[in-house]
Design a protein around this ligand. Structure first.
Ligand code: SAH
Ligand code: SF4
Ligand code: F3S
Length: 446
């Protein structure tokens, strides 16, 4: 394919969840026809996009401090007679809108997560005048209709958004306010995008959604997984993030029956205390969650379970926290994400009594993370001596080494020739650390 050399340079910095990673790629796709090519050098960029996250206070503050730095680059550029456009996209853009430009006047435009297809037009407009620059109020179907299925994948794995938004309204969370109500893409569009990825060498897709298992096409996420599993060349399918409430029997059965569906499940629980779960508006109990895990394990005994946790939610007492520790011991996680509760203005929990002191949150988080780290190490150590299928993704740090992923999403490094990038290869695991495994090729592959 011959493309004109890019005349303009685009720098995108991505914060937050994988949804944002996917959206950043799509923004690059819509800007490419306008002559924008990616650069890693913010100082030399014509267009800087910060794709932001609002989930915790610190995530939002990081964005403003980065904007301060980009502003200096913009000024330096202007002094040298150049021009830099600064765009803020993502969940801070949606939540704070024009407020961002008041706090950081160097920002030229603010664009919410449902309006990325409008970026080219917004940029043109911001160059022309200082008129209407906000685009934060569009429906997701317009966004996806306007983004063509043509993707430019850069590797052998790719994200694919199938569902957006959330209307669960957990009392601590901003996502229902930044991403809007749950909305699912038509299965045909998703399949077209997946086929296009597979034709370009992608072997593994991760289906994304704020509540991906709430995917509401015919037959739900299970039917979508089965449909995508038939695409030639697409050998691995993953999905994230799931809500316990939407984990239905069909999806559990798919874990037993669909070989392409990888044995990994991120199923956030947030707390092991029913009292706190109720205050969080999570709609599951510790027991119902444990029963669900049992059913998933009955279908796929070796599945790697991952989860999200919040400590120090308002009103959390020692006994509630101990209930979380107990639940963790009962589940045995392969990996996890855990956070101190962060008070988000406008969410119901922000106004709840019994806000927990930072020091207490810190102690609890440390204890929880020690336990979760031990479990992760133990899960990894159990793979030693086994032979796992590894999809090699890229060259490693040491010469002759490749890095890939096991079915359980563990990073695996092994000495292997470059030609195996993009191949799924049996690797005998002979070492395990907290974050990765080491192995050797089986003789017939090497
Ligand atoms: N939809 C997913 C999670 C999306 S947000 C789910 O329901 O599990 C990712 C994670 O950020 C959450 O699982 C939660 O653990 C954490 N999180 C969200 N809001 C938070 C807050 N106010 N303070 C601390 N952690 C938060
Ligand atoms: Fe946030 Fe809850 Fe929705 Fe997850 S399910 S995105 S935690 S409101
Ligand atoms: Fe953050 Fe928005 Fe994702 S708030 S976690 S970027 S949905």
């Amino acid at each position: 394919m011959s493309e004109p050399a890019p005349k303009k340079r685009l720098y995108i910095k991505t914060y937050g969840c994988q949804m944002n990673v996917y959206d950043s790629e799509r923004m690059a796709d819509v800007l490419a026809p306008l002559g924008y090519g990616m650069t890693d050098d913010a100082a030399g960029a014509d267009l800087v996009v910060l794709n932001t996250c609002h989930i915790r206070e610190r995530a939002t503050e990081k964005v403003y401090s980065e904007l301060g730095k980009i502003r200096e680059l913009k000024e330096a550029r202007a002094e040298a007679g150049g021009r830099m456009t600064i765009a803020v996209a993502g969940c801070v853009a949606q939540a704070e809108g024009a407020e961002i430009m008041r706090r950081q006047p160097a920002v030229d435009l603010v664009v919410g997560p449902q309006a990325y297809h409008q970026i080219p037009e917004l940029i043109a407009r911001s160059h022309r005048a200082r008129g209407e620059r906000l685009a934060a109020d569009f429906a997701p179907d317009e966004k996806f209709d306007a983004l063509t299925p043509e993707r430019r994948p850069t590797g052998v794995t790719a994200f694919l958004t199938v569902q957006e938004g959330c209307d669960k309204f957990c009392s601590f969370c901003v996502v229902p306010y930044t991403r809007g109500a749950e909305w699912s893409r038509p299965a045909g569009d998703i399949e077209a995008e997946a086929r296009s990825l597979a034709e370009k060498g992608v072997r593994e897709v991760t289906l994304l959604g704020q509540n991906v298992n709430a995917y509401d096409g015919v037959g739900g996420l299970a039917a979508l997984v089965r449909r995508l599993a038939k695409i030639p060349g697409l050998d691995r399918i993953r999905y994230t993030t799931s809500h316990p409430r939407d984990m239905d029997a069909a999806l559990i059965a798919a874990h037993a029956e669909v070989a392409e569906l990888m044995p990994y499940l991120q199923l956030p629980v947030q707390s092991g205390s029913d009292r706190i779960l109720k205050a969080m508006n999570r709609a599951h109990t510790a027991q119902s969650y444990l029963r669900l895990i049992e059913r998933v394990r009955a279908a796929r005994p070796d599945i790697a379970i991952s989860g999200d946790f919040i400590v120090g939610f308002p009103g959390e007492r020692d006994a509630d926290f101990e209930a979380t520790m107990q639940l963790v011991r009962e589940v045995g996680y392969a990996s996890a994400f855990s956070f101190k509760y962060s008070r988000r203005p406008g969410t119901p929990a922000a106004a709840m009594p019994g806000q927990v002191a930072e020091a207490v949150k810190g102690e609890r988080l440390q204890r929880l993370q020690t336990l979760l780290d031990d479990q992760q190490r133990a899960f990894n150590a159990r793979q030693v001596g086994r032979t796992l299928d590894v999809l090699f993704e890229r060259v490693g740090r040491n010469p002759g080494q490749l890095i890939g992923r096991s079915p359980y999403l563990q990073g695996v490094h092994a000495n292997a020739p470059d030609r195996l990038i993009g191949q799924i290869v049996p690797v005998r695991i002979d070492g395990a650390a907290k974050n990765s495994l080491a192995g050797m090729l089986e003789l017939e592959t090497a």
